[in-house]
Each structure stands twice: as C-alpha cells, then as structure tokens.
Design a protein around this ligand. Sequence first.
Ligand SMILES: CC(C)(COP(=O)(O)OP(=O)(O)OC[C@H]1O[C@@H](n2cnc3c(N)ncnc32)[C@H](O)[C@@H]1OP(=O)(O)O)[C@@H](O)C(=O)NCCC(=O)NCCS
Length: 254
Amino acid sequence: MEYADDSAYGQSAWQSPPDLLTVDGDDLHVWQVDLSAYEVMIQNFRAILSPDEIERADRFIRPVHGHRFSVGRGALRQILARYVSVQPKELVFEYNEHGKPSLAKPNESPFSFNVSHTGDCAVIAVGRHASVGIDIERYRETMEVEKLAQRYFAPEEVSSLMKMKASKRKEAFFRCWSTKEAFIKVVGRGLSIGLSNFEVEMEPARPPCIIKTVDTLATSDTWMCKQLPMGDSIAGVVAVEGNLGELKLYHYID
Ligand SMILES: CC(C)(COP(=O)(O)OP(=O)(O)OC[C@H]1O[C@@H](n2cnc3c(N)ncnc32)[C@H](O)[C@@H]1OP(=O)(O)O)[C@@H](O)C(=O)NCCC(=O)NCCS
C-alpha cells in the first residue's frame, strides 16, 4: 500500500536534486524547504524578491514570519528559475481572484506549481499538470479534532472519524484536513467551494483520494492525490488535475 511504503521511509525519501532538472510526463517534483535556515543569508533572498514581495515580507508583525516568507518566496523563485532557465528575479507571478499564484513571466511556461507552509517547514510542488495543489499541516496536540471535524468536514467524514479508536483520530483528522486543503488548492477557488461540500478518504492507512465532489466540480477521477512522507508530526498531501505519475522529493539547499 502506498501510504505504508511512504511512511516507512519518511524523511529519508527526500534527496538532493540532480544538476539537470527535468519533469517527465505526469511526474511531480516536490521540494522541502527549511524556512528557519539561512538567517545570515536573508539579504540574498530579499535581493531576488519583487517590490511587492518585499513589502509583504515587511508587513509581518513578527520578524520571524517575515523571514520565513522571504526565504520561502526566494526559494520558490530559485527553484522555478531552474526549470524555466531564467534568473530568479526575472520571474513574474500573477494571482487568480482567490490568490492562487502562477507564472506570468516567462509566459507560456509549461509548469504549474503550488506552495504550502506549516511553521518553519515549506513544500513546493512543480509539475506539468493543468493545476497542482499541495498542503502540509503540523499536528496540533491540543486541538479537539472531533469538534473541528463536526464544524468543517462532510457528514460522511465525521462519521468515519467517530468510528475510529480515539488514539487514531488525530492522524486521520490531519490527513483529511491536508487532503481537503490540497484539493481546495488544486481547484484554486479558495474556501468558496466549501469544506463540507466534498468528501475525501478518511482512513490514513489507505492512499488519500477525493471520494465525492459537488456536481459543479466534475467527477472525482479528474483529480489525483498522493501522500507526502513528512515524518511523524506533519501530514502532507499533493493533488493534481489529471494523472499523477511518480513523485520525486528534493531537499532545497542553497
Ligand atoms: C489560502 C488557502 C488556499 C490555503 O491556506 P493555508 O492552508 O493557510 O496556507 P498554505 O501554507 O497551505 O498555503 C499558502 C500558499 O498557497 C498559495 N495560495 C494562496 N491562495 C491560493 C489559492 N486560492 N489556491 C491555491 N493556492 C493558493 C500561495 O502560494 C500561498 O503561499 P504564500 O502565502 O507564500 O504566498 C485557503 O485554503 C485557506 O485559507 N485555508 C484555511 C482553511 C481552514 O481554516 N481550514 C480548516 C480545515 S479544518
């Protein structure tokens, strides 16, 4: 089973990237970035950001959050630049009406991407799919997962969660949350699609998937998901529009 394999190798599945990066067919590359690193190099990251990104970094109240944003956005630029063979600073992002970023320059780039962060960990997915969504969630030990599920999840998901042993519910809740967010992000319409309007696989021992969507979101086989091996305290899922081939997992190292 895919999940059992993934969890077995955990963080060791993440490799150093090859010098020549190519994304074949339906494959997806996922990069993991340590946002707490690079403290002394922060100016190198800021130097490749656009004026609006610098302004956004400076608007964070806590400097640590601005630092994480600069490193995350700088790493995103450096990673994408390698695929499209331009300088990181030359990339221009555009945003849809729900805030989902994509590449405006170079135009006609064949690559789609998506980003997620939780604390000082970020992941960046890059593929040739029509659309990509990624989400990671660090387990919050104090969260009352049953109450939150009842508030946000679909009735079928709540019912599956409540049938599980209490000791299994935290993992199931965060995997479900991550799958739902990855789906929301691949669709790109933000929370307007409603978290309880679609159903995802709740059992963490089975691969994540979208079981049922509302009529307006087409059939569930339009989307494919995979679990990310994030270790014991973070749930992670990627979703693409269309077929999802091999996942290649890389550590970002500057
Ligand atoms: C904005 C949203 C798309 C993701 O938010 P999130 O999970 O808090 O944040 P993540 O770190 O996973 O993703 C943020 C990144 O997604 C991208 N993004 C922003 N809007 C997006 C959208 N509409 N679609 C896809 N990606 C989007 C951006 O690259 C952003 O990175 P940046 O802040 O560095 O620019 C949205 O789904 C949201 O607000 N979710 C929170 C919903 C919630 O409370 N769920 C509870 C479930 S129990």
